[in-house]
Design a protein around this ligand. Structure first.
Ligand code: 5GP
Length: 215
């Protein structure tokens, strides 16, 4: 059996034994930490195992972003109404825009029998900790604020104002991320391949642990 199919059998086998979905993965890390690229690589390597929880946001799409794939792009009014109707697991205001995970987004992935992967900020983490989701919490840390600034500038998606706002948020997120107990693992992304291997190892070993507990 290839390592990929072994991994898949292991996870889905664990899921059947538990008679409920496997624990989701929640990734958090400052904008520019490389979290989206790590998630993308995980999906490329294990396309049938993981499913992405597509968030809602009121920010404008960036070049290459597709509605319904990267985000559900929406308006403040529409999102506000859905929040009032209790349709969201968590919501946040980040750099002047609203973001949120709808309950539907998570259920869609779970109903497809996949492990749900969420990408949220620290505000989202705090709310998810109050919910029944019970995920693994993974923090992706940039090597430094200076490096983060360099990456955000190279990305050319921000104005000077939004870039400065993102850096200010990043400082508080890193502080929260590094605090013992807030995350199950903190992965420093100074080298992409190394960070990806660390992420993969964490996911595989935790799902193995789940199997041992239930068998
Ligand atoms: P970006 O605008 O760069 O795509 O995302 C900005 C921040 O919002 C990132 O830290 C990202 O993790 C976070 N984010 C994306 N989707 C959600 C969501 O559904 N909920 C929360 N709380 N944060 C989100």
């Amino acid at each position: 059996m290839t390592s990929v199919s072994y991994f898949r059998t292991l996870i889905l086998g664990t899921c059947n034994m538990l008679h409920k979905g496997p624990r989701p993965l929640v990734l958090c890390g400052p904008s520019g930490s490389g979290k989206s690229t790590l998630i993308k690589k995980l999906f490329e390597e294990f396309p049938d195992t993981f499913g992405y929880s597509v968030s809602h946001t009121t920010r404008s799409p960036r070049e290459g972003e597709e509605n319904g794939k990267h985000y559900h792009f929406t308006t403040k009014d529409k999102m506000q109404k859905q929040i009032e109707q209790n349709e969201f697991l968590e919501t946040a205001v980040y750099s002047g825009n609203m973001y949120g995970t709808s309950k539907r987004a998570v259920e869609d992935v779970q109903e497809a029998g996949k492990i749900c992967v969420l990408d949220v900020d620290v505000q989202g983490i705090k709310q998810i900790k109050q919910s029944s989701l019970d995920p693994f919490y993974i923090f992706i840390k940039p090597p430094s604020i200076e490096e983060l600034e360099k990456r955000l500038r190279a990305r050319k998606t921000e104005t000077e104002d939004t870039l400065q706002r993102r850096l200010a948020v990043a400082r508080t997120e890193i502080e929260y991320g590094e605090k013992p107990g807030n995350f199950d693992i903190v992965i420093e992304n100074d080298n992409f391949s190394k960070a990806y291997e660390e992420l993969k190892k964490f996911v595989i070993s935790n799902l193995k642990q789940g199997e041992t507990v239930t068998s």
